[in-house]
Ligand binder design. Structure first.
Ligand code: TMP
Length: 393
């Protein structure tokens, strides 16, 4: 059984490394983004990982609380987990700005977050916060100080962890005997179905299928007992795991394994086809944007997302095609986008009636954004590449 490289997304920068100074521009870190399928575990991972400290540090710019979609999502998630499991001790790995933990009392919950700017936020909210990456050593320290946990939660974080063996081993040892480990990350099946190759960037060390997680978790005595398919982040899976043989297995586990197998996720052919689809998407997007530009239309991008970093760098789309990117995140405004160096400005400054077309970098928030931008849509169009290159009506 071998690891097979099936996709080459070219030379890429760090997806969230927005640039301000001449020095940052000169020393910008770049790496070759290629993707591998492991025939044995069925795990899809980046062929080479970027050092975590370069991505997750004190100037990390992704605030989960910034969108209404995410705020509601995490409130509903917390309410549902409380209803179903009544946890008394909760640990969140990758707690970002506390959008999930906020729904629990201070004494019940512990935050683990390597980015100092976010660790500061949960600390100020009154939660015991460990400003660390999730490692065996940290897990031992937390177990020593606080005992084992009833609920370990992580959203869009486990797929960031390069060494899954250490992470799952530490989780298994930190979970109480009847505890639950609930985590959500982008779904490999949804990515392949929708050709949303921009789920792939430095932070996403792995793109999980239920199939691969089942086989890896088993190594650490953990078992998946339920799977929920979510629309969040362009299609994610919420995985519920527990110590082996401690809970009844819901039929959603088998249903998801079957769906993945039927799509072909267990063999390399589907990945080779995906690679061809990605190339086609690039050609079509470049054709469309070039054609609109020839006609002298003004094109901007909406949402300076990590996903759009992959698209722009893979397709080599720079300021010659996209005048600027509008984004509500203050920490990104006034800076240049990673790699292709498109200026980022606030929507107030740039999303006006001079714009004819807007590439929807934040396509995973399509509903929220099209609701908000009804006036723009009266005479203009959003463009997306998901599931194929098209205008959004
Ligand atoms: P994400 O795709 O990595 O979640 O990032 C979403 C980015 O899109 C984030 O920088 C905020 C930005 N955004 C806007 O600028 N306007 C919006 O209405 C929404 C929903 C997001």
């Amino acid at each position: 059984m071998a690891k097979i490289e099936f996709l080459d997304l070219g030379i890429q920068p760090i997806a969230n490394n927005f640039l301000l100074t001449a020095d940052q521009i000169k020393n910008e870190y770049k790496f070759h983004l290629t993707v591998t399928f492991d025939e044995e575990t069925k795990l899809v991972s980046l062929s080479d990982f970027v050092p975590p400290e370069l991505m997750f540090n004190d100037s990390y710019v992704y605030y989960s609380s910034l969108s209404q979609t995410m705020r509601s999502h995490f409130k509903e998630t917390a309410d549902a987990l409380i209803r179903e499991f009544s946890p008394r001790k909760i640990l969140e790995i990758g707690s970002n700005d506390g959008v999930f933990l906020k729904n629990f009392e201070n004494e019940m919950a512990i935050a683990v977050e390597p980015c100092g700017n976010f660790a500061e936020i949960t600390k100020n909210l009154g939660y015991t916060t460990y400003k660390n990456f999730w490692t065996s050593e940290l897990a031992e320290e937390i177990a020593f100080n606080h005992g084992r946990q009833d609920l370990i939660f992580a959203a869009n974080c486990i797929c960031h962890i390069q060494n899954l063996d250490e992470a799952f081993d530490a989780i298994s040892k930190s979970l109480s005997s009847s505890g639950v480990f609930v985590f959500e990350d982008p779904s490999l099946l949804k990515m392949m179905e929708r050709n949303s190759y921009d789920q792939i960037y430095d932070e996403h060390a792995h793109i999980f299928s239920v199939t691969s997680l089942k086989s890896i978790l088993r190594e650490y005595g953990l078992e998946i007992f339920k799977v929920q398919n979510l629309s969040i982040h362009g299609g994610s899976n919420r995985i519920f795991a527990c110590h082996e043989k401690t809970r009844k297995i819901d039929k959603s586990v088998e249903e998801n394994l079957t769906k993945e197998n039927n799509f072909g996720l267990n063999s390399i052919a589907a990945y080779r086809q995906f690679s061809k689809n990605v190339q086609r998407s690039k050609d079509q997007l470049l054709d469309l944007l070039s054609e609109l530009k020839r006609k002298k239309y003004k094109i901007v991008s909406y949402g300076a997302t990590s996903k759009s970093t992959t698209v722009f760098n893979y397709c080599e789309i720079g300021p010659d095609l996209i005048d600027y990117i509008v984004d509500t995140t203050e920490a990104k405004q006034g800076k240049l986008s990673p790699g292709v160096h498109i200026p980022v400005i606030s929507p107030e400054d740039g999303f006006d009636n001079s714009v004819n077309y807007a590439f929807l970098g934040a396509w995973n928030y399509e509903k929220e954004i099209t609701q908000k931008e009804k006036i723009f849509l009266e005479s203009n169009r959003f463009i997306t590449h998901v599931p194929h290159v098209r205008f959004i009506k």
